[in-house]
Design a protein around this ligand. Structure first.
Ligand SMILES: *Cc1c(COP(=O)(O)O)cnc(C)c1O
Length: 232
């Protein structure tokens, strides 16, 4: 079993914190959803989170999604949150609810191609490298609009919003401006009224900074450690 990690209690605490953060910011708590980031964690732990009410799970590896997908109930919404290689797109396009990590036109083309082949519509977010960190994936802020305009005309793929992985910081306040900037970018893009593009989703905030992200407009927070404990 999961030993000393109290997944059910952790989820309840995160949800309570989410509600408090939303209310503090004058937001309806229903606007924000929790993604339980279950990468590297065994099925039993995901099952406990499922029993505690989680239906959104985040994974960052194609192989891991494929392994876990068939072992858990089909009403789970799988979120691909990690860097996605083009040659692996075909394995997951029909299994995931949302791909958070599209940061290039070439990747979007591959998703479009596989979606058309399977006769499905794939929802994606464009990942933005808000802090311009060299070590991180994600499009740079100034290229995002053009990237989205190009993706918008591809068949079988639909842009639903933006995602970012903020820097690792000791004090979450240090990331507030990045979250403000991502939200502003989504407002700017929304104002362009691009066909086939909506900006309803803002995926931002992790264990260390999800409260601040919610105060600045996150609609999905992705929490791993805060639910399942440390990863090795
Ligand atoms: C691992 C991961 C998370 C969760 O990180 P925690 O700090 O454990 O909450 C969130 N988003 C992405 C993209 C990740 O890879």
């Amino acid at each position: 079993m999961q030993g000393t990690i109290m997944i059910t209690e952790n989820i309840a605490l995160v949800k309570k914190n989410m509600e408090t953060a939303c209310r503090k910011a004058g937001r309806n708590p229903d606007e924000a959803s929790l993604i339980a980031v279950s990468k590297t964690k065994p099925i039993e732990m995901l099952r406990e989170a499922y029993e505690a009410g989680c239906r959104d799970f985040g994974e960052n590896k194609v192989q891991e999604i494929m392994d876990k997908y068939g072992q858990l109930p089909s009403d789970i919404r799988w979120h691909m949150i990690g860097h996605l290689q083009r040659n692996k797109v075909k394995y997951i396009v029909d299994k995931v609810f949302l791909i958070h990590s599209v940061d290039s036109y070439r990747l979007a083309c591959e998703i479009s191609k596989e979606a058309v082949k399977k006769g499905i519509e794939v929802n994606i977010l464009v990942e933005v490298n808000v802090a311009e960190e060299e070590s991180k994936f994600g499009a740079h802020r100034e290229e995002v609009l053009e990237l989205i305009e190009n993706i918008a005309v591809l068949p079988g793929i639909c842009v639903k919003g933006l995602m970012t992985i903020a820097p690792y910081v000791e004090n979450a306040e240090e990331n507030r401006q990045h979250f403000v900037n991502l939200r502003q970018l989504s407002v700017d893009i929304m104002s362009k009224n691009i066909d086939n593009v909506s900006m309803g989703i803002l995926s931002m905030g992790m264990t260390g900074d999800y409260v601040v992200a919610l105060e600045e407009g996150a609609t999905y927070v992705r929490v791993g450690t805060g639910i399942f404990g440390d990863r090795k």
